[in-house]
Design a protein around this ligand. Structure first.
Ligand code: GTP
Ligand code: K
Ligand code: MG
Length: 443
């Protein structure tokens, strides 16, 4: 018999209410011991929880009993809503620990059981993890769509069609000596594979917006020392997140600030000023600054407005770059006019000039790059890799047309296997630990 698991599923106590969940074959026995009876299924029942050994009351609780396969995990489950004090929770958990066959749950174990019982496919498990981790509206919407099976159902439908196409060819192979089986079944199978390929390629051509939304859009501030990077960051986030000083080379470690721009998650990264230096600590800072700038989705390249030609963007950082001119408050009219004629954001951290416009532009860019339109299907690198593997196998199948039918069938099988891994139907042991590691205890 499988273990029965229990855990505190609500947040850190003390709190008004705490939810303790129990799931597994002994859940019914647990509720019988603590409540004295098994309450009506799926109805909130007010009951006194008692220490089974002594009969002493522990707390007044709402008890919810979800028998068998209709529960979230697919096993008998009971939820106790108790007062969220530490001693109450400790007493309930201790009493549950004394029920034979019951033990504390490990991180993610309730969800793992739901997966093992076929209640959730792997993409839904990931959606659930993302929903719990969602910080912004757009992230919440995307996670909820994933939990609802946006990608999982589509991938499973693709997989079923592939199995059908593969079966067509295998029927041809198995019965090829029999007169009444059509000899040419590879053609229709490959036509189906080509249609599938087109659908998957269209899903992959999403500009990685799902992954970007999940991770947050990374915007790096870079430029020469004393360009005013840290001052601008502080002004943008309206707090003293980074140290500012007149000394060039002040910032060493990259400083990250997370923002919610109109529902889009954006991470601003302040970096060390880029220059050649003999100071080993600053040199490490410069190395990190280059890495962060190169990896960013968007680079704000800052230059002091008083520098006549501006700073030269180093090689290798030419991706998505916005030029930002700083210290506009120090400029004379002629210089201002000259900058105004260029493709730059003119800003002053001192007066706040240009900051609102910059934030507005960032919010729009974030919406375009990650948030706009329907929720993306691909939200993790794992999804993308599995779909690319599927497309590669379909390409090999198409290239095998005219050759031995067994080879085409084998490539279709490999394409289906990649989709099977995506939804968690075939050999996924290696990815499960990684995915469930994200979960907390009680989930
Ligand atoms: N007048 C004026 N001075 C500014 C402005 N922004 C920054 N400064 C000054 O410029 C100097 C450098 O500012 P920082 O924000 O530390 O510059 P940084 O680019 O982060 O410098 P490093 O981290 O050393 O690379 C400080 O003395 C700031 O007070 C501005 O908008 N107007
Ligand atoms: K500085
Ligand atoms: Mg700085």
């Amino acid at each position: 018999m499988a273990d029965t698991i229990f855990a505190l599923s609500s947040g850190r106590p003390p709190a008004a209410i705490a939810v303790v969940r129990v799931s597994g074959p002994q859940a019914g026995e647990a509720v019988r011991r603590l409540v004295g009876r098994v309450p009506e299924a799926r109805r909130a029942t007010l009951a006194t929880l008692r220490e089974p050994a002594t009969g002493e009351p522990i707390d007044q609780a709402l008890v919810l009993w979800f028998p068998g396969s209709a529960s979230e995990t697919g096993d008998d489950t009971v939820e106790f809503q108790v007062h969220g004090g530490r001693a109450v929770i400790a007493a309930v958990l201790a009493a549950l620990g004394r029920v034979p066959g019951c033990r504390p749950a490990e991180a993610g174990e309730f969800t793992r059981r739901a997966f093992d019982n076929g209640r959730l496919d792997l993409t839904r498990v990931e959606g659930l993890a993302d929903l719990i981790g969602a910080d912004t509206e757009a992230q919440r919407r995307q996670a909820l769509a994933q939990l609802g099976g946006l990608l999982g159902d589509k991938a499973e439908a693709w997989r079923q069609r592939l199995i059908g196409a593969q079966a067509l060819i295998e029927a041809g192979i198995d019965f090829s000596d029999e007169a009444d089986v059509p000899g040419e079944l590879v053609g229709p199978a490959l036509a189906e594979a080509a249609a599938l390929r087109a659908e998957i390629v269209a899903v992959l051509a999403d500009g990685r917006r799902g992954e970007r939304l999940r991770d947050g859009l990374v915007v790096a501030l870079a430029g020469p020392p004393n360009a005013g990077k840290s001052s601008l960051l502080n002004r943008m986030v309206r707090r003293e997140a980074a140290i500012v000083s007149a000394l060039p080379g002040t910032t060493r470690d990259a400083i990250e600030v997370h923002l919610d721009l109109g529902g889009q998650p954006v991470t601003l990264v302040d970096t060390a000023g880029l220059r050649e230096t003999d100071d080993p600590v600053e040199r490490e800072g410069v190395r990190r600054a280059r890495d962060r700038a190169a990896a960013a989705d968007l680079l704000l390249w800052l230059q002091d407005g008083a520098e006549p030609d501006g700073a030269v963007l180093p090689d290798g950082l030419a991706g998505r770059v916005w030029r930002v001119v700083t210290k506009a408050d120090l400029l004379d009219e002629a210089t201002r006019t000259r900058w105004a004629g260029t493709d730059t954001h003119l800003t002053s951290a001192r007066t706040g000039e240009g900051i609102a416009a910059l934030m507005e532009a960032l919010e729009q860019a974030a919406a375009t790059l990650i948030g706009a339109g329907d929720p993306a299907l691909v939200t993790r690198a794992r999804h993308r890799a599995a779909l690319e593997e599927t497309v590669a196998a379909l390409d090999r199948a198409a290239a095998g047309a005219g050759g031995p039918e067994e080879i085409v069938a084998e490539e279709l099988r490999l394409a289906g296997r990649a989709l099977g891994r995506l939804v968690g139907r075939v050999d996924v042991e290696d990815v499960l630990d990684v995915i469930f590691r994200d979960f907390c205890i009680g989930k």
